[in-house]
Design a protein around this ligand. Structure first.
Ligand code: APR
Length: 225
């Protein structure tokens, strides 16, 4: 029985909620090169384009999108697991709020949050459900070339965990793609849940292939007491 679990999620866990993944067909970046919308240089060069891009993502998230069974089961699992004395940390690369809406508590958004904005001068962060314009407030998103959030807390938890599970992430973007190596080095069991074999699959002890809504529930329900 595991005592300390770290779960990493990527775009694949929100795919069945209707949000496009980044590198799949019809992905979020279709029609936009990453460097045109998701870098600090893009924001300097063409703030209106970047703001419009994230305004559209935010609108979609607020209007059409709901947590799916994978988000919901992870939240339920966290409650039962921690009630029984376990430690559970959910690290997501996703900027949507579906894990929070599903009821997850110990959650780190390492790439920021679509429903928050950040003051470009003071760094102050506030809730944001409306469109942004201009450059005073930027989306609270970690863009390419910027430092992901709460890395020390994440590394500490991975070093101490005895189970590391990555769900719906392609393993292309570091530092998250390197978490499995750290978990391996510290003797945890490592599991990948993905719709298909990913760039990182061979680095995990165990691989489960299938849609997150089914695989997450199947896998985590077996870990409950
Ligand atoms: N169930 C499980 N896995 C799925 C599903 C599903 N229903 N649908 C897709 N996947 C898998 C794909 O096979 C792919 O391996 O999810 C993965 C999504 O990969 P990416 O689109 O690359 O997303 P992610 O790994 O989260 O990207 C990491 O890159 O662009 C940046 O900052 C952005 O956080 C993002 C980071």
């Amino acid at each position: 029985m595991y005592k300390k679990i770290v779960v990493l999620t990527g775009a694949g866990i929100s795919a069945e909620s209707g949000l496009g993944t980044f590198r799949g067909q019809g992905g979020l970046w279709e029609g936009h090169r990453v460097e045109d919308v998701a870098t600090p240089q893009a924001f300097e060069r063409d703030p209106a384009l970047v703001q419009e891009f994230y305004n559209a993502r935010r609108k979609q998230l607020l209007e059409d999108v709901h947590p799916n069974d994978a988000h919901l089961f992870l939240a339920e699992f966290e409650d039962t697991f921690t009630e029984n004395g376990g430690e559970f940390l959910l690290v997501t690369q996703n900027i949507d709020d579906l894990h929070s809406r599903a009821g997850s508590h110990n959650l780190i958004h390492m790439h920021g949050e679509l429903l928050k904005s950040r003051c470009s001068t003071s760094g102050k962060i506030r809730e944001c459900q409306q469109d942004l314009t201009g450059t005073d407030w930027r989306p609270h998103i970690v863009w390419f070339g910027e430092m992901p959030l709460e890395m020390e807390r994440i590394y500490r938890a991975i070093e101490q965990c005895d189970l590391f599970v990555a769900i719906g992430t392609s393993g292309h973007v570091y530092p998250a793609a390197g978490f499995v190596e750290l978990a391996m080095n510290t003797c945890s069991h490592t599991v990948e849940i993905n719709l298909e074999t990913s760039a990182a699959s061979s680095r995990f002890h165990e691989q489960i292939i299938g849609p997150a809504t089914v695989s997450v529930t199947d896998y985590f329900s077996k870990l409950l007491p």
